[in-house]
Design a protein around this ligand. Structure first.
Ligand SMILES: Nc1ncnc2c1ncn2[C@@H]1O[C@H](COP(=O)(O)OP(=O)(O)OP(=O)(O)O)[C@@H](O)[C@H]1O
Length: 814
């Protein structure tokens, strides 16, 4: 019957056309029984449908050298199948399956045959079964497949594990779609132009050295040549290959893939590849396997980082794995990966990667702050006098914030120059070289990188930030030296510095100094003639970032000043400051910054934008009259006086009462409270620090980095809060006004018991202890407290630095 049908087709010249699972004969379409997946791309060859055999799926080839599954027990009679390796009808009959319609739909025929493991050397008998669509003859000893030329409808051929040395060297069944000739003895590929429909070709585990003969296989979507001897990727131009497996060959270079526009999966593991160059531009590429190669340089990732579909990457057993933070580095560079080195990528890893290589400003600031707090804890000797936090009196500070070239440094210096009775300039440290007109110790403390790093480790910094390759930082001493003179401190810094500062107990007022006109800003930067194009671009981009931040975080800055015109900007800053100080409203500027002190526009002036938010410039809780009269009084004082000033008196008083409490054991010493604040994060942070000299990738900026567990901090000297916490009001909060205020409400403050005060040697502890009245007045308010640490007593009287200037204004508040 088979012959009849065959001749029928031939007589009628009905050449079946097979496409997309349909066979089209004489105008009719029939569904093909086509269901296979013989092509494995992982290099691990599996025999399809192993479970059909008696061995239950044993992959040992010898296990297949046995009879196919018997349908009944009676059929197990001793019939010798295919004696001498010549395939006989009986064997074929037992291997037939999948009864279906013939291609023309007129008869019922078997479509599949499976005859594995018979040591077959001759399969001529198969030539009679022209309707077969699927032939599986693995694990035999075949060298010749020419009988298959008759199988007009053959779609799938599995002749793996044989002794075939020539590739498809028989008259081709025109519709052959999938071929598995893995584990044979093929040494070279032949021209497969006749196989127009070939879509999957598996030639794993042969001896092939060169890829060729495929140029006309315009439907080839999957090609596997694993475990061969291919030395060069070639001969694949313009093929629609989606899955390419060239693992375990001798390939050194990824090349000639440019025209494989449909490539989705490529396996090049087990080769000698060093560079990923050649993978770029494959926009559909989803998976790259380069395990066991010689990739050593992390920068190679650039060739695949822009592949928008890539989700799977394997670089196991490459030297690149030895790089520190390799995994996070790769994940940072290719954030869309969901599998790396055969391991699922967790969201936490992506966050960690970003935090490590391009941390958001908040993360930088938090780390920076924690690092400096920790380093300062580690210092054995501290001069507590000048760092005493008090409850109600934030040390007055004014911070000018803005992008480089906004003119904030000039504004700060000018302000300090004019209002030198009120403000002192908090000089930052920097590792950059001074510009021509800059004076060391006035504009900045210019220090070496080594010195900067050393100072960090000595816990001297409150905050550091790397900008354009240089480090900047504000030291406690810079603030203290201003505070010692009874002055409020003016500093300037970038946004990231502010974020750190907002983590500390300082509560400055923040003024955004913003060049709103980009052209003017650029002009000013260019006029300096010191910045490269990339630095300019970077700074201008940051200016945008400032604007955005200001929009997104209402209340973050206390106000904004347009600095397009620096003289105008100063006039407005000056007026604001005077307004707040409550002094000299009619005083003309004592400098060349304007003809008159203020214009009539007042706060509504367009150059001054008070920020919406919970805070206002002046502190409502202190009556203006009080603060202003105090400030006026203060204005008449010299900041450095021979006798004890009002500020000093206040400070002394506070510390005396602090000493009483500490001696009486009411309040744990400061250092204990601080340690309680950061029991977990501190050591980890310090250990994780890297040297300043170490560069990082990404944008070239960083603060010291270390993994940070964001801890909930109790109120203490380091009374951090979220980054957008409002700063305190500057109004009425100079040291002096603080003193006044303290005088009026000292009792209530002390009763709250939140202040952290240390005794000074100006106070005799024994004397203090003998003041029962005071103690009893507190005892009704405080919970009973454990006895204070005995060490605190001795520390109180003997601590280093106790011979320093004794009376200093307090800094910060809880
Ligand atoms: N301690 C600090 N923390 C963070 N940023 C700082 C610190 N000290 C200075 N900066 C900022 O680093 C940037 C670079 O400093 P640089 O001295 O080169 O700028 P600048 O020309 O003075 O800036 P501007 O003209 O805006 O005053 C400036 O924006 C400056 O304000």
């Amino acid at each position: 019957m088979a012959d009849d049908q065959m001749s029928d087709y031939q007589n009628r010249n009905l050449t079946p056309i097979i496409d997309d699972g349909f066979v089209h004969v004489d105008g009719e379409s029939h569904v093909l029984n086509y269901d296979t997946d013989i092509l494995k791309l992982d290099g691990e060859r599996e025999v399809t449908n192993l479970t059909e055999y008696d061995d239950g799926g044993d992959r040992n080839p010898s296990a297949h050298r046995r009879t196919p599954k018997k349908s009944t027990e009676t059929e197990e009679a001793d019939v010798e199948l295919s004696p001498g390796g010549i395939l006989d009808e009986e064997t074929i009959a037992r291997g037939l399956s999948n009864l279906g319609r013939s291609a023309n739909g007129t008869g019922q025929v078997y479509l599949n045959v499976t005859v594995p493991g018979f040591s077959l050397i001759d399969i001529s008998a198969l030539g009679n079964y022209i309707h077969l669509q699927r032939v599986e003859i693995p694990y035999n000893e075949l060298t010749d497949l020419s009988p298959l030329s008759n199988l007009l409808y053959l779609l799938l051929l599995d002749a793996s594990h044989n002794k075939i040395s020539k590739l498809l060297d028989f008259r081709p069944p025109k519709n052959l779609k999938e071929v598995d000739l893995s584990f044979n003895m093929i040494t070279e590929m032949s021209d497969l132009s006749a196989h127009h429909y070939l879509s999957k070709l598996n030639l794993d585990n042969n001896q092939i050295r060169e890829i060729n003969g495929l140029q006309n296989c315009q439907r080839l979507t999957a090609l596997s040549l694993a475990h061969n001897k291919v030395t060069k990727i070639q001969g694949l131009d313009n093929l629609p290959i989606q899955f390419l497996n060239l693992c375990h060959n001798e390939i050194k270079k990824i090349q000639n893939l440019e025209t494989l526009k449909k490539l989705k999966v490529i396996n090049l593991s087990g080769n000698k590849i060093r560079s990923l160059k050649g993978l770029q531009g494959h926009d559909l590429l989803e998976s790259v396997d380069l395990e066991d190669n010689e990739v050593i340089d992390i920068s190679e990732i650039k060739y695949i980082r822009d592949l928008s579909m890539l989700w799977q990457l394997n670089l196991l057993r490459n030297p690149i794995q030895e790089l520190p933070d390799y995994r996070l580095n790769v994940l940072f560079r290719i954030q869309r990966l969901t599998s790396l080195d055969r391991h699922k990528v967790e969201v936490e890893e992506k966050v960690a990667a970003t935090n490590m290589f391009n941390p958001p400003a908040e993360v930088i600031a938090a780390r920076d702050h924690i690092m400096h707090v920790v380093y300062s804890f580690l210092q054995p000797s501290r001069v507590w006098d000048s760092t005493l936090p008090s409850i109600e009196t934030p040390y007055p500070m004014l911070v000018l914030v803005g992008p480089q070239g906004s003119g904030k440094k000039d504004l700060a210096l000018k302000l300090v120059e004019e209002f030198n009775d009120y403000f002192g300039y908090g000089i930052s440290h920097t590792t950059r070289r001074p510009f021509q007109e800059e004076i060391p110790g006035k504009d900045y403390h210019f220090v070496t990188l080594e010195k900067f790093e050393m100072d960090i480790k000595m816990g001297q910094f409150i905050q550091t930030y790397q900008y354009n390759g240089n480090w900047y930082g504000l030291q406690m001493e810079s603030i203290e030296s201003v505070a010692r003179e009874g002055l409020a401190c003016v500093i300037h810094m970038e946004l990231e510095g502010v974020l750190t500062l907002k983590n500390t107990y300082f509560e400055p007022r923040y003024v955004l100094v913003m060049p709103l006109n980009e052209e003017a800003h650029e002009k000013r930067l260019r006029a300096r003639g010191i910045y490269s194009e990339s630095q300019l671009e970077y700074t201008l981009n940051r200016a945008e970032m400032y604007k955005q931040h200001n929009r997104d975080h209402p209340g973050f800055f206390d106000m904004m000043i347009n600095s397009d015109d620096i003289k105008e900007a100063y006039k407005h800053l000056r007026r604001l400051v005077m307004d707040y100080l409550g002094i000299g409203m009619n005083t003309p500027p004592a400098n060349d910054h304007g003809d008159t002190a203020f214009d009539s526009q007042g706060m509504s002036d367009q150059n001054v934008a008070p920020q919406l938010g919970p805070r206002t410039w002046s502190k409502p809780s202190i009556p203006d009259s009080v603060s202003q009269s105090f400030m006026r009084a203060k204005a008449n004082q010299s900041p450095i006086m021979s006798g004890r000033g009002i500020v000093e008196e206040a400070s002394l008083k506070r510390r005396q009462s602090a000493a009483k409490e500490a001696v009486a054991g009411y309040i744990p010493p400061l250092f204990e409270q601080l340690l309680i604040s950061f029991p977990k994060t501190a050591p980890q942070t310090v250990e994780g620090q890297q040297g300043l000299g170490e560069q990082q990738g990404g944008d070239g900026q960083r603060s010291f980095s270390a993994p940070v567990n964001k801890a909930q901090r109790p109120r203490s000297a380091d009374s951090s809060s979220d980054s957008s916490r409002s700063s305190s009001s500057l109004s009425g909060l100079t040291s002096a006004s603080d003193a006044q205020q303290e005088e009026s409400n000292e009792g209530s403050v002390q009763q709250e018991g939140k202040g952290i005060h240390l005794p000074t040697e100006t106070v005799n502890p024994l004397e203090l202890m003998s003041e029962p009245g005071e103690q009893s007045s507190r005892s009704g308010i405080h919970e009973p407290r454990p006895p204070s640490n005995p060490r605190s007593h001795s520390r109180g009287s003997n601590r280093p630095g106790s011979d320093r200037l004794k009376v200093l204004p307090p800094i910060g508040a809880s």
